[in-house]
Design a protein around this ligand. Structure first.
Ligand SMILES: *Cc1c(COP(=O)(O)O)cnc(C)c1O
Length: 491
């Protein structure tokens, strides 16, 4: 299948090339030439396990990948999860379900894509005859970084550099990254917020001069952020798997619609849901849940995307984002796949920090999406109330989604699936405080106390962290990110 850039400047002949490159040369994002419709084959997913569902969905786009090879890679990737399915569904009540996406090695939903991405990328490069060493630059709001490090550690021919906002991640998230072992990896803190990291990394991607200098060192760039289609594609699969699980559990009849509510930052996770819908999966509404950084909520309400606003640090740091990069893919679709318009809007965003879509587009969007946000106070009270009522512990990101979904429950009739994106143990201080009102600022003490409070065991990945040595301590200004790249590859 062909892939095109949302800004019209580049077209590639297959998914391999889109995945290997990560971002188009014109700064746009690669999107599939069309959405493959699987309606006629949908019933077959009822008999598939998670890896088979993933391979089924991926093979619709990755048409040049050998199917058996792809299936094997999915099986290997999802064997690393501690649950039967990579995305098990928990029933909360008759209409409310939680899809737990945090059973992978790094305890957040990023694992679903990042345990598979090394294979997708390696094969993609082989398919395109790319022989150079691959350097993956990652900007992270906390969870992508760790998942990329874990997924790519010691992969031959691939190096990974992770940049995280120095004050913008939880203590556990930071420790998980800075203690990472592996020969081909680097982790750097950047002064600023996630948007600063992401913009700096994107600037490197769109600089031909830097890319030429890298090529002289026999290095080509790729991305493990959700701007890369290879990150997005595996995330489409769990919407299918959730649907099949609900049918098989007789919660819905085959063909009936399901709504999903997604805690959103960079708009990757929820966009994957939109792609699933475009492929023919019976999805009603997709609910976009934001924290206090509610730029998306305002956009859905008014049609104006406006980042001229204060940036807040919240207890759901992985959603502390103003420039939601995957929204470009949605805006592109809603414009009727108009390259010129999309390019203009993205230019406006970088120059005047805003753009506005037409009323027609806004109405189109509201047919598919609902949006809301949750402030810090409500995030805390939902964690507490949900635990008291259902005995279920939410992480702060999932709590944002539960809070927002709850507001729409009266007007929506379909079953609602909340995407749970992280284990509460990645944010033990916040969750412990929400549940008990008590403060413990030491992440390890807090996780012990959280275990005592909830009777859910601390995951090994967290408890073993205490014994590990911190390997990465570097902090840089965002202007110096490019220098760190050359230092690392010349090492
Ligand atoms: C990355 C992340 C999100 C946001 O996902 P996007 O795809 O960026 O919208 C939400 N919650 C957690 C825990 C995350 O790690």
């Amino acid at each position: 299948m062909e892939f095109i850039s949302t800004r019209g400047g580049q077209k590639v002949s297959c998914a391999s090339e889109a995945i290997a490159k990560g971002l188009a040369t014109d700064g746009g994002l690669f999107v599939p030439a069309y959405f493959p419709n699987v309606k006629d084959k949908l019933e077959s997913i009822l008999d598939m396990d998670y890896a088979e569902t993933a391979a089924f969905v991926l093979s619709q786009y990755l048409t040049e990948y050998d199917y058996d090879d792809l299936l094997l890679a999915c099986q290997k990737a999802y064997d690393r999860f501690d649950s039967d399915s990579a995305a098990p569904i928990v029933k909360i009540d008759d209409k409310l379900f939680i899809m737990e996406l945090f059973h992978g090695p790094t305890l957040a939903f990023k694992d679903v894509a990042l345990m598979l991405l090394p294979y997708l990328l390696r094969k993609g490069c082989d398919n395109c005859g790319i022989k150079e060493e691959i350097l993956i630059l990652v900007a992270t709001s906390g969870d992508t970084g760790k998942a990329a490090l874990e997924g790519f550690k010691n992969q031959p021919g691939i190096k990974v550099m992770v940049y995280y906002p120095s004050e913008g991640v939880s203590d556990m998230q930071k420790l998980l990254m800075t203690t990472q072992e592996g020969e081909n990896l680097s982790v750097t803190a950047v002064k600023g917020n996630f948007d600063d990291c992401q913009s700096a990394v994107k600037t490197i991607f769109s600089s031909n001069e830097i890319k030429e200098r890298l090529l002289k060192e026999n290095v080509v760039l790729s991305s493990a952020n959700s701007i890369n289609f290879g990150r997005l594609a595996p995330q489409i699969a769990y919407y299918f798997s959730a649907y099949a699980d609900l049918v098989n559990a007789e919660e819905i009849k085959f063909g009936e619609e399901v709504d999903f509510c997604v805690p959103t930052g960079n708009f990757g996770n929820i966009l994957a849901g939109y792609y699933a819908k475009m492929m023919g999966l019976p999805i009603g509404k997709l609910v976009c849940a934001s924290n206090k950084n509610n730029v998306l909520t305002d956009f859905f309400a008014t049609g104006k995307y406006d980042i001229n606003r204060e940036f807040y640090k919240t207890t759901s740091p992985s959603m502390d984002i103003l420039i939601s990069s995957n929204l470009e893919r949605l805006v592109f679709e809603m414009s009727g796949r108009n390259f010129e318009v999309t390019k203009q809007r993205m230019n406006d965003l970088s120059k005047s920090k805003e753009y506005t879509v037409s009323d027609i587009e806004r109405v189109k969007i509201s047919k598919q999406f609902l949006a809301g946000y949750c402030d810090e106070k409500n995030c805390v009270s939902t964690i507490k109330n949900f635990f008291d009522e259902y005995g279920y512990t939410l992480d702060p990101h999932t709590s944002v989604a539960v809070t927002v979904a709850d507001r729409f429950m009266d007007e929506l009739n379909n079953p609602m699936v909340i995407l749970s994106t992280a284990s509460p143990y990645k944010f033990p201080e916040s969750v412990y405080k929400a549940l008990t009102g008590k403060v413990d600022t030491d992440a390890f003490n807090a996780s012990k106390k959280l275990e005592y409070t909830t009777a859910e065991p601390v995951p090994e990945q967290i408890s073993e962290l205490k014994e590990k040595t911190v390997k990465f301590t570097k902090v840089v200004e965002k202007e110096d990110i490019c220098d760190t790249v050359f230092e690392f590859i010349q090492k």
